[in-house]
Design a protein around this ligand. Structure first.
Ligand code: G3P
Length: 222
């Protein structure tokens, strides 16, 4: 299972990298636009900050433009994966980039049919938007669970990457469904490190331990 952080902030990636739980970074045009550096510099800096994939989305909406951007992004870091929106032109661009051996997949996905077409084109990943499905009144978890069942049934190697995951409850349901990969915004990832009963339990242990010293005799020389 892979866990990604959904951010364009290099500082945030460096902050969470040391936790050891994140495998890579997903971005989108909105996140990159919120930074004060260029698209290329953002992707290069994120690539330096993490030993894992950095997902960068094409801006063009025509096949040639997407292919040109995809080829360029591929050179911006050792493990850049090109995100292409789920449009007819996007599927054609995907086919072209994958034929060149460039890692690329389909994003802004809302149906099992869109996901199957991406897997048919040997997409590296496909990214359904859980939160936005629920914004539209659909059961986002059910749609993604159905995608995972379909991918497993066909033996597709395309990674199912659940995106637009906004709550700990959504993430938990995705984990239970055995989804290949989940990307989380920093605040949702942060929430997963905490539980009020954990804090309460630790406080109790601290109280009971009192002012006794550490079991490791002398930590002052460390
Ligand atoms: O990166 C794409 C996705 O995670 C967007 O999430 O919350 O803007 O729907 P959201």
């Amino acid at each position: 299972m892979r866990l990604y952080i959904d951010t364009a902030s290099e500082e945030t990636v460096r902050e969470y990298r040391s936790s050891g739980v994140i495998d890579g970074v997903t971005t989108n045009p909105s996140l990159v636009a919120s930074t004060d550096v260029s698209y290329r510099a953002t992707i290069e800096r994120l690539s330096e900050a993490i030993d894992g994939p950095v997902f960068a989305q094409v801006i063009a909406d025509d096949v040639e433009g997407m292919v040109a951007e995809g080829r360029a992004y591929d050179s911006w870091g050792p493990d850049v994966i090109v995100k292409i929106p789920a449009t007819p032109a996007g599927y054609e661009a995907l086919e072209r980039l994958r034929a060149e051996g460039i890692e690329a997949g389909i994003t802004v996905v809302f149906s099992i049919a869109q996901a199957v077409l991406a897997a048919k084109n040997d997409a590296t990943f496909v990214a359904p938007y859980v939160g936005r499905l629920e914004d539209a009144g659909e059961d986002g978890i059910d749609v993604v669970t159905g995608m995972q069942e379909t991918f497993d049934a066909y033996g597709f190697e395309t990674e199912l990457l659940a995106a637009s995951v906004r709550t700990r409850a959504q993430a938990t349901k995705l984990y239970r469904a055995g989804v290949d990969a989940v990307t989380l915004p920093p605040e949702t990832l942060e929430a997963q490190f905490h539980h009020h009963k954990t804090a309460e339990g630790i406080a109790g242990f601290d109280d009971d331990w009192g002012d006794r010293s550490s079991p490791v005799a002398d930590r002052s020389g460390e």
